[in-house]
Ligand binder design. Structure first.
Ligand code: PHB
Ligand code: FE
Length: 334
């Protein structure tokens, strides 16, 4: 067996009325209807439970989980369902990081090879996303996720994250976004200057000395809440992104992340990573910086399209250092 056929996706036939397939992964099952997604599981004590999510919210969260390869640590779709990335395997859970579900024994957590979860989640995303709905787009810039099955939007859901190897604009690396390349300036950023910096590298250093207009690059992003790499130095990843409406997931950190609010404003709800207990509300205005500690979960609200620089520590070691207590959970102490 080769890797591509190692895991079967368990899917039903199309539903006779609304047309969507149902899916199974381990002891979890997933169904959608015209408005909702229903997740079902059986607890350790044998009690069958279900959880319901709005179909649009579910698809926007699923898009991020798939597109980001399960991200860093926890991707909570809401306060009940989500995944934890262990970087070769993934936990799929319901209620495991919600203090009330946990204490009632209403939770289930199962670990799978990452590829098995990825294949199942891609199949769900592709079957449940209708023509005209783009889960990466701001709600005001796309159609409805609701209704009976109506075609598909594979061009949108198969978009890959734009990851520079060194820096946007360097030779053989990600190109600047342009009108001709299919990236017009977003309606909210019509006033962002599109000029380019002057570069005067010494001969022989043209591929080492570099600068680009990051505001211009971001003004042409066609997606929201999708950090991309614009520069990479060892494990230091600069992941700027444009934001509008709600971050479709609640991120639980397995490392520290830094945020720099480049324009406009985002409000963050922060809570305890393990219990979901609320911990802080952080209002970030243009120019503000904040750090999300390694033991929190957070979700952002951006009333207008804004630019956010997320600075990630991509070290594969830092997670283990934090667990071992040799790297701090808080990046600064006051
Ligand atoms: C985060 O979880 O830190 C995050 C994710 C996506 C974004 C911004 C921040 O667009
Ligand atoms: Fe985060």
């Amino acid at each position: 067996m080769n890797a591509a056929t190692q895991f079967d996706v368990l899917a039903s036939a199309a539903h006779p009325v609304h047309g969507y397939q149902a899916f199974t992964l381990g002891d979890f099952s997933f169904e959608r209807d015209e408005y909702f997604v229903h997740i079902r599981w059986t607890t350790a004590r044998g009690k069958p439970l279900s959880h319901t999510m709005d179909a649009g919210n579910f698809l926007r969260a699923l898009m991020r989980d798939v597109g980001w390869g399960f991200f860093y640590g926890w991707v909570n779709f809401d306060s009940v369902f989500g995944t934890t990335n262990h970087y070769n395997t993934v936990d799929v859970f319901a209620g495991s990081y919600n203090a009330s579900y946990k204490s009632a024994g209403a939770d289930l957590l199962q670990n799978f090879p990452s590829e098995q979860v990825r294949l199942t989640f891609v199949a769900i995303l592709e079957n449940w996303t209708n023509a005209g709905f783009d889960p990466y787009a701001a709600p005001l810039e796309t159609g409805t996720p609701y209704g009976r099955k109506n075609g598909a939007n594979l061009a949108a859901v198969r978009r890959v994250r734009q990851l520079a190897e060194r820096c946007v604009g360097l030779r053989d690396d990600l190109a600047m976004r342009t009108d001709d390349g299919g990236y017009p300036v977003n309606r909210a950023f019509a006033d962002v200057p599109q000029d380019t910096p002057e570069l005067h590298p010494e001969p022989g250093f043209e591929n080492d000395v570099h600068a680009f207009n990051l505001f211009a690059y971001l003004s042409r992003s066609d997606v929201v809440w999708n950090p991309s790499f614009t520069s990479v130095v060892k494990h230091s990843f600069m992941c700027p992104t444009t934001e509008e409406h709600i971050l479709p997931i609640i991120h639980g950190n397995d490392r520290v992340e830094w945020f720099f609010q480049m324009c406009d404003e985002i409000t963050w709800d922060c809570g305890d990573k393990l219990t979901a207990e609320p911990r802080a509300r952080v209002v970030m205005k243009a120019g503000d910086m904040a750090a999300m500690p390694a033991d929190c979960r957070h979700q952002g609200y951006s009333p207008k399209r804004s630019m956010l620089l997320v600075w990630e520590n991509g070290s594969p070691k830092v997670v283990h250092d934090i667990l071992a207590g040799t790297s701090p959970v808080y990046p600064v102490t006051f």
